[in-house]
Design a binder for this molecule. Structure first.
Ligand code: XIL
Length: 781
C-alpha cells in the first residue's frame, strides 16, 4: 500500500508552479540537502502533505518514529517498526535521504525503561546492554538505508556540562561509570558505527548555535570524543529560533566545529513567532530562514544540509509546553500556502552568493576554546579557507572585553601564518586589526606579507618615530610608508587600518577609524609580489620583527575599503542590544541577553531559559516590538560579562520609567553582593544614578513615562565619573577609583536589587570614554 501511494505521488503535481524548481533541486544544485521532519501519520493521512514532502524534500527526518519510547512502548512486545518501515520506504521511492532521529535521548524514553531503572530493576550493566541492543537493532535494520543518525541528542545542560540532574541526566547517571559521564556517548557512537559502518554519525544539540556556555561545552565535549577515538562524523545544530533572532554567531560557531574536521548541519530549523503573527513578523521570519540557508551555503561542503522541523503550520510542534504562545514557525501556512519564508529560502538557495565586499581573509583570533594551548589553528572566518597556523601558546590572551580573548605576541616567535599569500598587491587592498601594544623600544609587526628581507606589506609600529606605520613597496622595491600623527598609547585597544588605493595611487593609514596623514607623493603602482612570495603573517614578519601585546580581528580585503566602512570596523562598541525583536548582542562579542522570569523561575526552572518570557514593546518612535518591556517580574542575564569595570568605559541607554514605586536598575555588573557598576532610577532622591564601586553620582530628577537617554562615563585616566541625561552633562564625581567586577552582568536589576519597571532600548557598552559629541549623537531623539 505504501508503495502504491508512493508511485502515484511521483506523477502528482507539486504545489509550486510546475516550472519552478523545488527546494530539493535548488539545494542539491548548491551541494547541500534540503529536508524536513515528517510524520508517517500525516504522510498516510494527508495527500497535500504527502505530495509536498515527496516533491520538495531531499532529506526526511522521521519526527518521532525512531524515538525509543515510540518504537517500543512495551518491553514485552519488542519494537514496532511499522511506521519507520513505511517512512523509509516512502523516502526510498522518492530517492530521499533519511536522517534517523534519535538513538540516545533523555526525552520520550519508554516508560517501562525509566520506571525499571528508577526502581533498580534495571541496573547500569543491564541498561548499557539494552542501549547497545537498541542501537544494534535499529541501526542494523536500516543499514545502508538510513544514511545518517543523530546518535546522541541534547546531551548538554545550559551551562555547558553534561546533563547529570535527576530530571534530564538519565544517561549520564544510569549508563555511565561514576566520574565518567561521557561513557554512554562513547558507547553509543561505537555501537552505531559497528551496526552500520557507512552511516554518518551525528551529535545533535540545541542552544549551542552561538557563542554560549553550551557552545563551548559542546566544543570541549567533541574534542574529548575525537581524542578518545570516538567515531563521530558531524554536529547537528537544531536552530529552533525565535523570529527575533538574527542567527548572529551561527556561522562562526559552525565553522569552529567544521575546523575540527567534522560535518555540520542545521537539523531542526524553525522560526517561531508570538501568536498571532502579523505580516511584519512573517517578513522577519523570512529573513531568518534565508540567513540559515546562507550560513549553510557559506560553509558547504562542510555544512551538508538544512532541515526544517516540519514544513506546514498545520503540523508543527508549536505551541509546545516550552513555548506556549508561539507558532507559525514553518515555511507554509496551515493551508499549505507558501509563506514569505518559503520564497526567501527558495531565493537564497537559487542565487545567493557571498557579497564581493566581504573580506578575503578574516582571523578573529578570539578563540578562547584553544586558550593557552601551544600551536593550534586560527580559523579564517572569511570562508576562503586561509586558516593560519599558530606558533606558540598565543591564543587565549585577554581580549577587548572580559568575555573575549585575543592573540598574544610575545615579541619573539609567536605568530599566526597562512599557507599562501592573501593580499594581491598588484591591486587595491586593505588590512585592518585591533591591537593593544605592551612595549615600545623595538619595531613591531601586526600583519605582514612577503619578503625574505623586507615585507611587501607591513602594518605595525615604528620605534624610531614612535608612530604606527603602514609600509608597502613600489615597483622599484623601494619601501613607502605612512605613519600616524600621534604616538601609540600602551595597553590600550586601538584599531589600525592600512589601505592601498591603486586607482588613486595612494597609501592610507587610519587609527581608530580616523584617517592619518595622506601620503605626500603619489605611488604609481606596487610590486606585484615581493622577492620571496610568502604567506600572510600575523604578529611577526618573516625576518623576525615581532609583536609585543595583543591582536584580534585581523581582516584582509581585495579592495580599498572606504572611510565610512573603516569607521565601522573601528566601532569601539563592545555590546549592543537594540531589542529589535530579540535580546541578541549585535556587537562583535555575541553576548546575547537571556530573559529570566524571577518569580516564574521558582515554580519551574525551565521557564528561566525560555525566550518566550521576553517581553517587547514599542520603541521611542512607536515602532512595533523593538524595545524591551520590563514588568519587574523578569530580568535579563548577559552572558558572558560585559565590561572591564576598572578600565575606562561608557554605557549608553534609552529608558522609559514606568513606576517610581521602587529603585529600578537599567544595567549592572556585580562586585560580590554590591555593584561594580549600576545605572538606575533611585527612589530615595527621585533621580537617575550612576553607581561605581565606591562612588555614586545622580541627576536632579527623573521623569516618568518619557523616553530619556542616559550615558554613564568612567574616565579611568582622569579618575572621574560623569552622567549625561539627554546628551547634557548633569553630574560629575570628584577624583575616585573603580575596581573590576565579579562575573555577571544584568539588565533590569543589580546585585543590590531594584527591578526596573518600564522600557529599555538601544543599550550600548563601550570600553572607552566617549566624547561629548559622540554622546550627543547617541542622544538624538
Ligand atoms: C519535538 C517533536 O516535534 C514532538 O513531536 C516530540 O514529541 C517532542 O519533541 N528537539 C528535538 C526534537 O530533538 O525531537 C523535538 O521535537 C524538538 C526539540
Amino acid at each position: 500500500m505504501t508503495l502504491l501511494q508512493a508511485s502515484t505521488l511521483v506523477v502528482g503535481s507539486p504545489p509550486a508552479a510546475a516550472d519552478q524548481p523545488t527546494l530539493r533541486q535548488l539545494a542539491q544544485a548548491r551541494g547541500i540537502a534540503f529536508g524536513s521532519a515528517v510524520s508517517q501519520q500525516q504522510l498516510a493521512a494527508d495527500t497535500g502533505y504527502r505530495d509536498w514532502a515527496g516533491a520538495q524534500l531531499g532529506l526526511l527526518v522521521p519526527e518521532t518514529e525512531f524515538i525509543w519510547g515510540h518504537l517500543q512502548p512495551s518491553q514485552l512486545q519488542g519494537p514496532n517498526f511499522d511506521d519507520t518501515d513505511q517512512l523509509v520506504a516512502f523516502a526510498e521511492s522518492h530517492g530521499q535521504q533519511v536522517r534517523g532521529h534519535t538513538l540516545t535521548w533523555h526525552t520520550d524514553l519508554p516508560s517501562w525503561l525509566t520506571r525499571d531503572v528508577a526502581a533498580g530493576v534495571i541496573g547500569p550493566e543491564a541498561l548499557k546492554d539494552l542501549h547497545r541492543r537498541h542501537i544494534e537493532s535499529v541501526v542494523g535494520r536500516y543499514r545502508n538505508r538510513v544514511s545518517m543518525w543523530n546518535v546522541v541528542n541534547e546531551p548538554l545542560a545550559e551551562n555547558g556540562s553534561l546533563r547529570t540532574d535527576a530530571k534530564t541526566g538519565f544517561w549520564a547517571l544510569n549508563a555511565s561509570a561514576p566520574g565518567d559521564p561521557q561513557e554512554y556517548i562513547r558507547n553509543a557512537f561505537h555501537w552505531a558505527r559497528e551496526a552500520d559502518p557507512d552511516a554518518k554519525l551525528y551529535l545533535n544539540e540545541y542552544g549551542a548555535e552561538w557563542g554560549s556556555a553550551k557552545a563551548r561545552g559542546l566544543y570541549n565535549l567533541v574534542k574529548d570524543l575525537i581524542a578518545a577515538g570516538v567515531p563521530i562524523d558531524g554536529i547537528g545544530f537544531q536552530t529552533h529560533a525565535p523570529v527575533s533572532s538574527r542567527l548572529s554567531g551561527l556561522e562562526d560557531t559552525m565553522r569552529r566545529f567544521a575546523a575540527l574536521g567534522l560535518e555540520v548541519a542545521i537539523t531542526e530549523l524553525d522560526v517561531r513567532v508570538p501568536m498571532l503573527a502579523d505580516s511584519d513578523e512573517l517578513a522577519q521570519q523570512a529573513e531568518v530562514y534565508g540567513q540559515a540557508a546562507k550560513t549553510c551555503l557559506s560553509l558547504a561542503p562542510a555544512c551538508t544540509s538544512v532541515t526544517t522541523w516540519g514544513f506546514t503550520d498545520a503540523h508543527s510542534w508549536y505551541p509546545s509546553s516550552e513555548f506556549p504562545s508561539w507558532g507559525a514557525a514553518t515555511l507554509l501556512d496551515a493551508s499549505m500556502n507558501p509563506k514569505p519564508a518559503y520564497h526567501a529560502l527558495s531565493a537564497v538557495l537559487s542565487s545567493w552568493s557571498r557579497p564581493t565586499t566581504s573580506p578575503v581573509g578574516w582571523w578573529r583570533l578570539d578563540d578562547w576554546w584553544n586558550a593557552g594551548t601551544a600551536g593550534g589553528v586560527a580559523t579564517d572566518a572569511s570562508g576562503r579557507g586561509q586558516h593560519a597556523t599558530v606558533t606558540g601558546p598565543a591564543l587565549g590572551a585577554p581580549g577587548r572585553t572580559p568575555a573575549a580573548s585575543a592573540f598574544l605576541g610575545d615579541g619573539g616567535s609567536t605568530q599566526a601564518k597562512t599557507t599562501a599569500a592573501v593580499l594581491n598587491t598588484a591591486n587595491s587592498f586593505t588590512v585592518s586589526a585591533w591591537v593593544s601594544m605592551s612595549t615600545r623600544g623595538q619595531d613591531k609587526v601586526v600583519v605582514s606579507q612577503d619578503g625574505a628581507t623586507l615585507s611587501t606589506v607591513r602594518l605595525g609600529y615604528d620605534a624610531a618615530t614612535d608612530r604606527w606605520i603602514f609600509t608597502v613597496r613600489d615597483t622599484n622595491g623601494t619601501p613607502v610608508s605612512v605613519v600616524s600623527s600621534a604616538a601609540p598609547t600602551l595597553g590600550t585597544w586601538t584599531h589600525l587600518t592600512g589601505v592601498w588605493n591603486k586607482g588613486w595611487g595612494r597609501l592610507l593609514l587610519y587609527v581608530d577609524g580616523k584617517w592619518q596623514l595622506q601620503q605626500a607623493t603619489e605611488i604609481g603602482a606596487l610590486a606585484a609580489a615581493g622577492p620571496a612570495p610568502d604567506a600572510l603573517r600575523i604578529g611577526r614578519s618573516q625576518t623576525g620583527d615581532a609583536w609585543s601585546g595583543a591582536i584580534t580581528d585581523v581582516r584582509a580585503y581585495d579592495r580599498a575599503v572606504p572611510d565610512a566602512e573603516v569607521a565601522q570596523l573601528a566601532d569601539p562598541v563592545v555590546g549592543r542590544w537594540t531589542f529589535s525583536g530579540d535580546p541578541g548582542d549585535e556587537s562583535w562579542f555575541m553576548r546575547d541577553a537571556w530573559p529570566r522570569e524571577i518569580d516564574g523561575c521558582k515554580q519551574d526552572p525551565k521557564v528561566c531559559n525560555d525566550n518566550s518570557v521576553l517581553h517587547l514593546t514599542a520603541d521611542r518612535h512607536g515602532a512595533g516590538y523593538s524595545a524591551l518591556a520590563l514588568t519587574g517580574n523578569h530580568i535579563l542575564d548577559v552572558r558572558p560579562t560585559g565590561l572591564f569595570a576598572d578600565r575606562s568605559y561608557t554605557v549608553s541607554a534609552w529608558v522609559k520609567l514606568g513606576s517610581k514605586a521602587a529603585d529600578g536598575v537599567l544595567m549592572s555588573q556585580p562586585l560580590g553582593d554590591f555593584n561594580a557598576f549600576a545605572l538606575k532610577y533611585q527612589k530615595s532622591n527621585d533621580s537617575w544614578v550612576f553607581k561605581g564601586s565606591s562612588t555614586s553620582i545622580g541627576s536632579p530628577s527623573a521623569p516618568i513615562g518619557q523616553w530619556t537617554h542616559l550615558a554613564a562615563v568612567w574616565n579611568a585616566g582622569w579618575g572621574r565619573m560623569q552622567l549625561y541625561v539627554n546628551g547634557v552633562l548633569t553630574a560629575q564625581s570628584g577624583a575616585t577609583t573603580n575596581v573590576a567586577s565579579t562575573p555577571g552582568m544584568t539588565i533590569g536589576v543589580s546585585a543590590e536589587g531594584g527591578r526596573l519597571v518600564g522600557a529599555l532600548d538601544d543599550l550600548a557598552l563601550y570600553q572607552r570614554v566617549l566624547t561629548p559629541a559622540e554622546i550627543t549623537a547617541l542622544a538624538q531623539p
